[in-house]
Design a protein around this ligand. Structure first.
Ligand SMILES: C[S@@+](CC[C@H](N)C(=O)[O-])C[C@H]1O[C@@H](n2cnc3c(N)ncnc32)[C@H](O)[C@@H]1O
Length: 206
């Protein structure tokens, strides 16, 4: 397992600062294609509580999902450890009800704030202690709040990621309700057909 760098380098060893400028070129990152954007907007509307709510987007990247949440009427706080990503997210959501903080997704610098939803896409699998992060995120929720975790196992030759059954096992000690939504079959989300494992887990801890 790699460790978290003091710059924009994540636990996966990726230099996210270096990747920030081109990050949105991937269809599911930048959501520039209207069909891809609409597909994510519909999923997000179904996953998040009714607006207005307070949404914490951890490992927010350039803020593409943050923007969808803000457009749907939510107040958004985004956290990312890459300064370049945070700068792009701030620019993308300028004038919106959104703030972006530099920090570790596993221990976000949000003080005593509590949220209606913690949203995390494609980040949990890189964290060195995902079970510990999930417990911390549970503690950041208001009563009845939910975790919205979008993850997967990418690639079939050298797969990387976290399978849904492992993620749901990590959530089991938190109690409450856990549901898995399979996303691989929805090509509109990815801008192409995919054959690896992609899913969302919705959890309302007990
Ligand atoms: C694959 S990108 C996903 C970005 C965004 N969630 C999305 O779905 O568009 C991973 C992001 O997580 C950030 N990241 C990785 N490890 C992190 C950590 N420990 N704390 C905060 N951000 C982290 C990276 O800087 C990068 O912006």
């Amino acid at each position: 397992m790699t460790t978290i760098g003091s710059d924009g380098t994540g636990t996966d060893g990726v230099d996210w600062d270096a990747r920030a400028a081109a990050f949105d070129e991937e269809p599911d990152h930048g959501l520039r294609d209207p069909r891809v954007r609409a597909a994510w907007a519909a999923r997000l509307r179904a996953w998040l509580p009714g607006p207005p709510g307070d949404v914490l987007d951890l490992g927010c990247g350039t803020g593409s999902l943050s923007l969808l949440a803000a457009e749907q009427g939510h107040r958004v706080t985004g956290v990312d450890r890459s300064p370049a990503m945070v700068a792009l997210a701030r620019r993308k959501l300028a004038g919106r009800d959104a703030v972006f903080l530099l920090g570790d997704a596993a221990a976000p610098p949000v003080g005593e704030e509590r949220y209606d939803a913690v949203l995390v896409r494609h980040v949990l699998w890189t964290l060195p202690e995902p079970g510990r992060a999930l417990r911390h995120w549970r503690d950041l929720l208001r009563p009845g709040g939910r975790l919205v975790l979008v993850e997967g196992v990418w690639g079939t030759v050298s797969p990387a990621g976290i399978p849904a059954d492992l993620l749901t096992a990590l959530l089991a000690p938190l109690g409450g309700r856990v549901g898995v939504e399979r996303l691989s079959g929805d090509a509109a989300l990815w801008g192409r057909e995919v054959d690896d494992e992609r899913y969302a887990v919705l959890a309302v801890p007990g």
